[in-house]
Design a binder for this molecule. Sequence first.
Ligand code: CA2
Length: 147
Amino acid sequence: MAALLILNGPNLNLLGTRQPEVYGTTTLADIERACRDHAQSRGITLDFAQSNHEGALIDAIHAARGTFDGIILNAGAYTHTSVALMDAIFSAEIPTIELHLSNVHAREPFRHQSYIAKAAVGIICGFGARGYTLAIDAMLGHLEARA
Ligand code: CA2
């Protein structure tokens, strides 16, 4: 049975409470519920976490080694700045999907740069909250193809 870690970065705890025109009205708790339902339907286990702290996200990636088969990471704004997160993903040697609610490539130029992409097996962006369940299926497909 595959075990996935879904990790969310800074400010994503505010989802559904502010800037609904950009990020929608779905809360992170709603997304977690949808992911847990989806995981159950796929017969896999998952952990779902959020932190506003870069070091805590790095610790979670380090701790995932040996426990999780795949990571789905919405690193929020750290996507565009964090060499440290990129290094953590490389060091963990766990397939990681970069995920974003918004289509970062249709937004400000600084959001077009991603350090996570350099270490990720693929990227899903622009599909809103549905991107999380799409990412679960994409990861399962990736793991199956490798087996
Ligand atoms: O589209 C995404 O998922 C992002 O990772 C969201 C980040 C942004 O910096 C990335 O460029 C793209 C921002 C998350 C902030 O979330 C908020 C939610 C509600 C209110 C304020 C911020």
